[in-house]
Each structure stands twice: as structure tokens, then as C-alpha cells.
Design a protein around this ligand. Structure first.
Ligand code: T3D
Length: 260
């Protein structure tokens, strides 16, 4: 059976491509399993210092494969299907202490949107669009969509997007803060590569710890967040890249980060 997830590692950048282009990269159980394995590999491989997540063809991902959904329904509750699949993917993306760039090449819908929003930042092609899609099939949001949208656009806009399922174009997604940057389709690859290269040459541990703090801060009071930052700063201060960057500053040269 052809692989549904392609992983390529070059120049310390792992590019993970969702690969069911004829189905707009809709998720099957196999694809979810292969994506989890790819994320695990990226987490454990020290050579990987930045991850790019994208889709093959004209879509990023259309979410749950609705053909498989019908056949899967009988053996598992929908809730358990979500717990065993999408929830693990979202948590793996957030727990991966390396920068993850969402290269949003086309439509991201349903669980595909949740996965896009779980990346650390998103660069979208002008051809991309986002839709919660769940309501179109009479479902409530899953894959973290309610959580991410509420954080990014506030409760009222989040409700509108989830209750109507309206398609948001790339420029509107930028205006709403759902993506960080929109570029012409032809510029997507070089733009993301330049950004990924910048991250891959950066202080990987410091970036990972930044992600750890951000993940945690969402559920803390200000006082607890301050304390957590102080604890994590103790860890960051022990990294080789921190020591190298201070030395480089004092010696008036560019730091050479090792990602350690
Ligand atoms: O059990 C659980 O885990 C529940 C969890 C659910 C999480 C979810 O993700 S629920 C949401 C599931 N997704 C959807 O409802 C989206 C369905 N797709 C669409 O609404 C549209 O396809 C898009 C808005 C995404 C894109 O529209 P468009 O016009 O650009 O493309 P299209 O022509 O509709 O689709 C192209 C092909 O992909 C088409 O196949 P064909 O006719 O060329 O043979 C279409 O059937 C197929 N496709 C698109 N989405 C899915 C799909 N096939 C299977 N599953 C899909 N989700």
C-alpha cells in the first residue's frame, strides 16, 4: 500500500507531507498512525531542528475521510476514534519541542484545520482556505479546533466560524490571525524553506522551551506563569547554545548554534 505520509529530512529540516492528494489528504486511520510515527521520529532525531507540515496536491487536509468514517463508525464510537487518533496527533504536535511550521498549501477543513492550528506558525498560499467543516456534517468541533479558535479569534468569532462552517480565504485568515503570513502560491516553497532554515540554524532547545512555556501559560494564573517561566529559564540557561550566544555577543561575532 502506498505511504500516506512522506517524510524527508534535509539541512536539519524534516518535511512531513500528508499524501492522499486525490482525497485532499483526508485522514484515514493509517494516515493518522503514519503521521504519529513521523512526529515521533522528528522528536527523537537530534538532526531534526525544524519541522514543516504540509499537504500534497491542492489541499492541506480535508479532515476525516468521510468514506472511512462510515465504515469505522460501527466498530468504535466517534469519541474513541477521536481520542485514539486526532487527540494524539494534536498533543504530539504541541509536545514536540522543536519549531513546527504549517505550510498551508490549500484547503484545511475539520480535523485538518485542527492539525494546521496545532503547528507553531502558519505560512499560507494565497490559494489556501480554512473551514471548520464539522457543522456541515452535523458534528461539533474536535481536534482542538474549539480551543485554538477561541484563543486566536475570541469566543464570538470562534462560534461564528464553527456554527456556520464558512470558508475563510487566505487574506481573511491573515486578518483574523489564523495564519502568520500569506504569499503567492509560487513563493510558498522558498518562503517556508527560508524560515525553516532560519529555525534549523537557531538555538533549538531555547525554541523548544519557548514552546513549553507557551503551552503551559495558557492554563496558569499570571503569578504561576511567572514562576513557571523562572523554572524553565533555569533549564535554558544550562544549554550550550545559551552559553555560545553570550560568548558570541561579548566577542562581537555571530553565534554558531548547535541545537544543544
Ligand atoms: O470519527 C471521527 O474521528 C470524527 C472526526 C471528524 C473530524 C473531521 O474532520 S469532521 C470534517 C470532515 N471533513 C469534511 O466534512 C470536509 C468535506 N470536504 C469538503 O467539504 C470539501 O471537499 C472541501 C471544502 C474540503 C474542498 O472542497 P473542493 O470543492 O475544493 O473539493 P471537492 O471537489 O469537494 O473534493 C475533491 C475530492 O476530494 C472529491 O473527490 P472526487 O469527487 O474528485 O472523487 C471529494 O469527494 C474528496 N474529498 C474531499 N473531502 C473529503 C473527500 N473524500 C473523503 N473525505 C473527505 N473529508
Amino acid at each position: 500500500m502506498p505511504k500516506t505520509i512522506l517524510t524527508e529530512i534535509t539541512d536539519n529540516i524534516a518535511t512531513i507531507t500528508l499524501h492522499r492528494p486525490d482525497r485532499l489528504n483526508a485522514f484515514t486511520v493509517t494516515m493518522t498512525r503514519e503521521l504519529l510515527a513521523a512526529l515521533k521520529q522528528c522528536a527523537s532525531d537530534d538532526a531534526v531542528r525544524c519541522v514543516v507540515l504540509t499537504g500534497a496536491g491542492r489541499g492541506f487536509s480535508a479532515g476525516q475521510d468521510l468514506t472511512e468514517f462510515l465504515t469505522a463508525e460501527a466498530s468504535l464510537t466517534v469519541g474513541d476514534h477521536v481520542r485514539q487518533g486526532y487527540n494524539r496527533v494534536i498533543l504530539a504536535l504541541r509536545a514536540l519541542e522543536k519549531p513546527v511550521i504549517g505550510k498551508i498549501n490549500g484547503v484545511a477543513a475539520g480535523a485538518g484545520l485542527g492539525i494546521a492550528l496545532a503547528t507553531d506558525l502558519r505560512v499560507a498560499s494565497e490559494r489556501a482556505s480554512l473551514t471548520t467543516a464539522f457543522i456541515g456534517i452535523g458534528l461539533a468541533p474536535d481536534s482542538g479546533v474549539s480551543w485554538f479558535l477561541q484563543q486566536l479569534v475570541g469566543p464570538a468569532k470562534a462560534f461564528e466560524l464553527m456554527a456556520t462552517g464558512q470558508k475563510v480565504g487566505a487574506e481573511e485568515a491573515l486578518r483574523l490571525g489564523l495564519v502568520n503570513q500569506v504569499v503567492p502560491a509560487a513563493d510558498l516553497n522558498p518562503t517556508v524553506h527560508a524560515l525553516a532554515r532560519q529555525f534549523a540554524l537557531g538555538p533549538t532547545k531555547g525554541i523548544g522551551l519557548t514552546k513549553r512555556v507557551l503551552n503551559k501559560a495558557a492554563s496558569l494564573s499570571l503569578a504561576d506563569a511567572l514562576e513557571y517561566e523562572a523554572q524553565v529559564q533555569d533549564i535554558a540557561a544550562q544549554t550550550a547554545d545559551h552559553k555560545e550566544s553570550v560568548a558570541a555577543f561579548l566577542q562581537k561575532r555571530k553565534p554558531a548554534f548547535q541545537g544543544k
